[in-house]
Design a protein around this ligand. Structure first.
Ligand code: GLN
Length: 231
């Protein structure tokens, strides 16, 4: 739908995939919370409509957007050429890169070492980390989970030797595993996060771009990142 159709419908629907703090996680009340959830609310408020959040597996988001289940994806989604052929991306609102999350006593010191194939590497299915591990590190069947929180839990339980996940999520999650897990400084990719909108809705993309730009300039996005990382 175009902007007018959303206003007529009276609801703006954000689609997300919790388990990726600080961008989206389940809050104390069991409801989705996080930077993306708040940014979606800013858009709904500017549109003057109700706000709804649909939580699903990351790998299902693009198809769900294309089939019209929601108006926008807010899921710490990295802009890639392959995705840009299927959806339109807004301007970038955050940056990150893949890092290694490891057991605290791990002797692994770089992603390069994982190429040996001697390690069980866990990733979030269908993410840029998954793609990096398979295509760049040449690990054909990494241990896939549906989100970063599950990857960390598997690592802590000794089911994997390393997780390759987004830096911001890794640095947030590791706080819950003090003395158990650590994050390696090395960032092996550079990624831009943007919101995704179904093709053919230039007016909505333009509208959301303005909301993002305004909230980057006035410091709201930085404030939200701090707020949700502190949890
Ligand atoms: N940024 C990564 C990607 O877009 C991971 C996103 C996520 O797990 N929510 O593939």
């Amino acid at each position: 739908p175009t902007l007018d159709a959303i206003k007529e419908k009276g609801t703006f629907t954000l689609m997300t995939a919790t388990g990726f703090p600080p961008f989206e996680y389940l809050g104390a009340d069991g409801q989705p919370a996080g930077v993306d959830i708040d940014v979606g609310k800013l858009v709904a408020d500017e549109l003057g409509v109700e706000y709804e959040v649909l939580d699903m597996d990351f790998g299902l988001l693009i198809e769900a957007l294309k089939s019209g289940k929601g108006d926008m994806i807010g899921a710490g989604m990295t802009v890639t050429d392959e995705r840009a052929q299927q959806v339109d991306f807004t301007v970038t609102y955050a940056t990150a890169g893949q890092v290694l999350l490891l057991p605290a006593d791990s002797t692994i010191t770089s992603a390069e070492e994982l190429k040996s194939g001697d390690y069980t590497v866990t990733v979030q299915a269908n993410t840029t980390g998954d793609i990096y591990v398979q295509d760049t590190l040449g690990i054909s069947s990494p241990l896939q989970f549906k989100n970063a929180v599950e990857c960390a839990a598997a690592l802590a339980a000794g089911k994997a030797d390393a997780a390759v996940i987004d830096s911001v999520a890794a640095n947030t999650i590791v706080k819950n595993y003090e003395g158990e897990l650590k994050v390696l400084d090395e960032m092996v990719t550079e990624e831009n996060y943007a919101l995704a909108i179904a093709k053919g809705q230039e007016d909505l993309v333009e509208f959301v771009n303005q909301v993002i730009e305004k909230n980057i300039e006035n410091g709201t996005i930085d404030k939200l990142l701090e707020e949700h990382t502190a949890l």
